[in-house]
Design a protein around this ligand. Structure first.
Ligand SMILES: [Zn+2]
Length: 202
């Protein structure tokens, strides 16, 4: 089995995420970054798609692959890193699930502070934010600041339902213009570095 087994019908996206997980492993082995596939790795990921398209499942699988401790392809699905991530008990994988109508700036600052800590067990700090479209403007700004100035160990994964047109697909190369438009509409101050777009696998 692997952590990707539950990410059904998203082969192109899974290929991108697999590349990123491999790049993360390479980077962990050699922090200089030599040997890391250019463009495969970014510290923040936005998973878009309609409800039920598997955003949460894909993000959780990706988090598990990042925390996988077994040699070989990251995301074995069986090691302690994979297992505890999938069962939501890994100490370095944090989920933010809004209970109210919005995610407050205080909550987001707390998340950012958590993400900045060194991992307790795993290789990275991973934060999964569900329904990121519920971020208040101030909370968005707090998050963006962290995204723009991340420590190396800081991974933030955003789940967002704003781009309904990307039916049954996550990030695809041909959707790049649409995705960038979506990001800049939601986060006018965001700076998009083309060389770091995760789907530019090189
Ligand atoms: Zn594993």
């Amino acid at each position: 089995m692997s952590v990707w087994d539950d990410v059904v019908g998203q082969e192109p996206s899974v290929a991108v995420l697999r590349d990123a997980a491999r790049a993360a492993r390479d980077l962990h082995a050699d922090p200089s970054g030599r040997g890391v596939k250019p463009g495969a790795l970014t510290h923040a990921w936005l998973f878009t798609g309609p409800p039920g398209s598997g955003r949460s499942v894909a993000a959780r699988a990706f988090a598990a692959a990042l925390q996988c401790v077994r040699d070989g392809e990251p995301g074995c699905g069986e090691c302690s890193g994979c297992h505890t991530t999938l069962t939501r008990s890994h100490p370095d994988v944090h989920a933010v699930v809004p209970e109210g109508l919005s995610i407050s700036v205080a909550e987001m600052r707390s998340v950012v502070a958590t993400a900045a800590r060194l991992p307790a067990l795993g290789r990275w700090q991973v934060v999964l934010i569900e329904d990121a479209d519920r971020l208040t403007e101030q909370a968005s700004n707090a998050l963006l600041k962290a995204v723009e100035e991340p420590p190396l160990e800081d991974w933030l994964e955003l789940l967002d339902a704003v781009q309904r047109r990307i039916n049954r697909r996550l990030l695809r190369p041909e959707e790049e213009a649409t995705i960038k438009k979506c990001i800049t509409e939601r986060f006018p101050d965001a700076k998009i570095d083309d060389t770091k777009l995760p789907w530019r696998g090189g």
